[in-house]
Each structure stands twice: as C-alpha cells, then as structure tokens.
Design a protein around this ligand. Structure first.
Ligand SMILES: NC(=O)c1ccc[n+]([C@@H]2O[C@H](COP(=O)([O-])OP(=O)(O)OC[C@H]3O[C@@H](n4cnc5c(N)ncnc54)[C@H](OP(=O)(O)O)[C@@H]3O)[C@@H](O)[C@H]2O)c1
Length: 251
C-alpha cells in the first residue's frame, strides 16, 4: 500500500499472536519494521517469514526494563511514524483472594506501566515530527469485567482511559490515537495465562470459532490506511459466537 510505504513502524510484542500477524501484514505494505519482544528466536522467525520484502530490525528487550526509553531511542533513532503498543498479557484466572501477587503485579507492570511509558517516550518524537499514529491494544476486558479477571480487566480499563485522554490531548496535532479491543483471539494469550497448561488453554476455544490474529492485523491496516483526517477511535471486535467475556456459545 503506497500510503504506508517506508513508514517506520514500532511493534511491541511482535514475537507472537497479534503483534506477529501485524508485523507480517504491515511488512507486506513496505513499511520499515522495528520489532520488540523478549524471545529472540521468535523475533528472528518473524523476520525470516517477512523475508526481503522490507527492512526489519529487532530489539530483544523486556518492556519492563527500566531503561526501555533509552533502548527505544537508540533502536529507532527517535523516528517512529506508527506505534503498535501491543505487548501485554493475562496471568491466572483466579479470584482476587486466590491470586498470586506476582501475577497481579506482572499484569499491572506490563499492561499499564510499560504501555504508558512507551507512549510517554514516543509521543514527543511524533509531535516533533509533525504527527504519527498509535494503536493501543486494549480488550473487551477494558469495557466489561468478569470474575477471575479483576486485575486484567483493571489494566485494560486503564488502557482505555489512557487512550481516550491522550486522544483528547493531541487532537488537532495530526497524531491519530486509536485502539483495538478484541474479544477472544486464538493466540498464545491463553497458554501464557494458564502458564503453559495447554489443556486449559485449548478449552478456552473449544466448540467455538475464535478470531485469528490475522483478523486483528487486517483491522489495524484498515485504521492506518484511512485518509489523515479520519480517526478510527476504537474497534471493538468479537467472534460471532461471543457476546461478552462471559457469554460464549459453544457447539
Ligand atoms: N488473545 C486475546 O484473546 C486477546 C484479547 C484481547 C486483547 N488482547 C491483547 O492483545 C495483546 C497481544 O496479545 P496476544 O493475544 O497476541 O498474545 P501472545 O500471543 O501471548 O503475544 C503477546 C506478545 O507480548 C509480548 N510480551 C509480553 N510480555 C512482554 C514483556 N514483558 N516485554 C516484551 N514483550 C512482552 C510477547 O513476547 P515475548 O514473550 O517474546 O516477550 C508476545 O509477543 C495483549 O496486549 C493482550 O492483552 C488479546
């Protein structure tokens, strides 16, 4: 897509799932990719899949690294046209009184602190350059709550609030602040949530057809390819068998 060609795109959490699918689809549009995640071998695999269609740089880093801003500055030379602020996770599905504090803290740090810090780092670069695009990965858990999801839902409610306020703050500055809030997407999300218990993870998607990471990547491409005066504020999307986090129709 000519409009996106040579744009510099930073994707956090690009080693798997939604971030990986976004990297592959946006790579096909000729954007220059800056991919970040902790697992080097997975990032190298994404780079290999994209092949020589476009320039791909990888940064093996934890978004919770206290030096993440400095790392991003040298990784991207402070030039980012599009930020896909996607790295995130759920840990556990227990009620608060049975949850591990390490899990709760891990979600708060990754989904809130790191997400906000990355936006805080990059927004000034975008404003100085005269504009840019941000897509934050929220969730229907940013709009609803469910038992066993108190902390994950709270973190995604925080993302929703941050996106909305940032959009108000930057209106009129050619900075499009956008958000995607998916329901169930078949990625490594549930495997991570259930700490490698594949039986539990598989049961999440049993008897229903979840969204695919590629569906979300297509939505991102639609958002990013609108004319500059159009902002898709948010896409809330679910599989057709899902009505809310707790309403899923299974065969
Ligand atoms: N799947 C769903 O049903 C669903 C629904 C709504 C919203 N979401 C949101 O979508 C986003 C992507 O999730 P996904 O479904 O694609 O899950 P996924 O397949 O598990 O991918 C998560 C990505 O985040 C990265 N990540 C996690 N913690 C990180 C850290 N501390 N530092 C750097 N990278 C980190 C992982 O990379 P490494 O492990 O290699 O670091 C991985 O690339 C998340 O924000 C999630 O909350 C997912």
């Amino acid at each position: 897509m000519e409009k996106l060609k040579n744009k510099r795109v930073l994707i956090t959490g690009a080693s798997s799932g939604i971030g990986k699918a976004a990297a592959i689809l946006l790579g096909q549009q000729g954007v220059e990719l800056f991919l970040l995640a902790r697992r080097e071998e997975k990032l190298l695999e994404v780079k290999r899949l994209i092949g020589d269609k476009t320039k791909v740089e990888i940064l093996v880093a934890d978004v919770n690294d206290k030096n993440i801003s400095e790392k991003l500055a040298s990784f991207t030379s402070e030039k980012v046209d599009i930020l896909i602020n996607n790295a995130g996770l759920a840990l556990g599905r227990d009620k608060v009184d049975h949850s591990l504090w390490e899990d709760m803290e891990g979600m708060i740090q990754t989904n809130i602190t790191a997400n906000f810090r990355i936006a805080h780092t990059i927004v000034p670069w975008m404003l100085k350059a005269g504009g840019g695009d941000i897509i934050n990965l929220c969730s229907i858990a940013g709009h609803h709550t469910y038992p066993g999801g108190a902390i994950y839902c709270a973190t995604k409610h925080a993302v929703l609030a941050f996106t909305r306020a940032l959009r108000e703050e930057t209106a009129g500055k050619n900075l499009r602040v956008m958000q995607i809030s998916p329901g169930m997407v078949d990625t490594d999300f549930s495997t991570v949530r259930f700490k490698g218990n594949s039986e539990l993870a598989d049961s999440v998607y049993q008897g229903m057809e979840p969204l695919l990471a590629e569906d979300i990547a297509e939505m991102m491409l639609f958002m990013l390819s609108r004319p500059r005066h159009v902002v898709i504020d948010e896409i809330i999307t679910m599989p057709s068998a899902q009505g809310s986090p707790t309403t899923v129709v299974r065969k």
